[in-house]
Design a protein around this ligand. Structure first.
Ligand code: GAL
Length: 451
């Protein structure tokens, strides 16, 4: 097992509301409910109506997290469980999160809340979702309600999870909710409104508890050097990562979100694009600048190899080996993505890093004796954590690592068929939970690292 010699280092796991909660009747509708209703959207035809029933089993599930030995328990709040369609507060829904927070603390862990992890209320989508600037007013209301109830018990907040996916994929009809097709400027408006929502939330949460942290999660595919590195290769690859392509692909990249958040302005090339400056109103950039996230929260899963060809040009190297493959086509086990991803980001933004998501998706089998020997996931975990350790050795300021995910859960457009969990969910037998070998592997790593 790897040993990360840092007492302050925080180990954790992540889950998100739509993927685990279930209890559909206790809340109003969200865009993922609507998305699941459309034939063909979810590959195995499942939905999040019951999911893994975390809503009713959270106490038992927290015992499992406690046994794992993590310090940080990351979960998200379902917006339509807290705010009803008519804008009023759903007290029962809010109490659920309040109890959940109490229970996490009682179990000796620290709650890390993601305010928005993709389950936008359907009623707001009807008004255009993030493309409509009026969403800021709705978001402020939602955050005020959360802050009033949960601050100061909650010290660590994340406003948004991965705009690269919910805007970059969702708003250009690419297989995730809301699956609408927007033009470039409309997507830019949506992206800008997300940053403004973050900034307002930042101000509210800090006002209510100046000692809390407020962060923002980005994700990205990491350009990796293949074979012998030529001089300047790292610089070239980092430029590839931060350069904006000036197409709708932009909304899947990093710097249009992270440059304004951490450096205070949009990339120049992006600003020059016709129409962008018109969507930025007076005061917007000042507010964004005043709301720099405390951590660089990064969801890092995989990377793309680049090599130096005969002409000395840097080109993509497409080949993949068998051992890199996982149960999802986009996810290749490339642990160096942690090393280079953290390095590129830290060099550019100089903020402390938390790896808020990283995990392996494998086809697990529950044996007759109720064990799951997920050797590949154990290996995935060790290899990626080894890179975390390497970064720390090189003085890249990484403060935490959260494995995705504690439980198998509803994996968006793939449904229940894809598993990331350290704990197996038996969907065929009353959602019973079984700890996989990787659970014990992670448990040992945490124990050793903190001893
Ligand atoms: C992330 C997402 C998670 C989870 C994970 C694995 O993009 O935030 O909700 O599904 O990917 O695919």
């Amino acid at each position: 097992c790897e040993r990360i010699n840092m007492n302050q280092f925080r180990f954790g796991t992540g889950i998100s509301s739509y993927q685990v909660e279930g209890d559909r009747s206790g809340r109003d509708s969200c865009i993922w409910d609507d998305f699941c209703l459309v034939k063909g959207n979810i590959k195995d035809k499942t939905d999040g109506n019951v999911a893994i029933d975390f809503y009713h089993r959270y106490k038992e599930d927290l015992q499992c997290a406690k046994e794992l030995g993590i310090q940080d328990f990351r979960f998200s709040i379902s917006w339509p469980r807290v705010i009803k369609d008519d804008g009023s507060v759903n007290e029962e829904g809010l109490d659920f999160y309040s109890d959940l927070v109490d229970e996490i603390i009682k179990d000796g862990m620290n709650p890390v809340i993601t305010i928005f992890h993709w389950d936008l209320p359907s009623v707001l989508m009807k008004k255009g979702g993030f493309t409509n600037r009026s969403i800021i007013t709705d978001f402020i209301h939602y955050v005020e309600v959360l802050s009033k109830k949960l601050s100061p018990r909650v010290k660590d907040w994340i406003t948004f999870n991965e705009p690269q996916c919910f805007i970059g994929i969702g708003y250009q009809k690419r297989g995730q909710a809301p699956k609408i097709d927007c033009d470039y400027i409309t997507m830019a408006k949506a992206a800008h409104n997300v940053l403004l929502c973050h900034s307002h939330a930042y101000q509210i949460l800090k006002k209510d508890n100046p000692n809390c942290t407020v962060s923002f999660v980005n994700t990205f595919n990491v350009p990796l050097p293949y074979g012998r590195k030529k001089e300047n290769m790292e610089k070239e690859l980092s430029d590839i990562l931060f350069t904006v392509p000036n197409t709708k692909e932009e909304f899947y990249t990093l710097s249009i979100y992270s440059d304004p958040l951490y450096l205070g302005s949009y990339p120049e090339k992006y600003l020059k694009k016709t129409g962008i400056s018109e969507i930025i109103e007076d005061g917007d950039m000042d507010l964004i600048r005043k709301s720099k996230p405390d951590y660089l929260c990064l969801n890092i899963y995989t990377g793309t190899y680049y090599r130096n060809n005969k002409e000395g040009k840097t080109v993509i190297y497409e080949k993949k080996t068998e051992s890199e493959k996982t149960d999802l086509p986009w996810l290749l086990r490339r642990e160096k993505s942690i090393y280079y991803g953290c390095k590129y980001l830290y060099n550019r933004y100089k903020a402390p890093i938390i790896i808020t998501e990283n995990g392996g998706c494998y086809h697990d089998r529950l044996l007759k004796d109720k064990t799951v020997h997920d050797k590949e996931r154990c290996q995935y975990l060790r290899k990626y954590l080894h890179e975390v350790k390497q970064c720390i050795k090189e003085e890249i300021d990484i403060r935490g690592y959260y494995y995705w995910s504690l439980f198998d859960n509803f994996e968006w457009e793939w449904g229940e068929s894809k598993r990331f969990g350290l704990v197996y969910i038996d969907y065929k037998d009353h959602l019973k939970r079984y700890k996989k070998d990787s659970f014990f592997a992670y448990q040992r790593i945490i124990k050793k690292s903190r001893s």
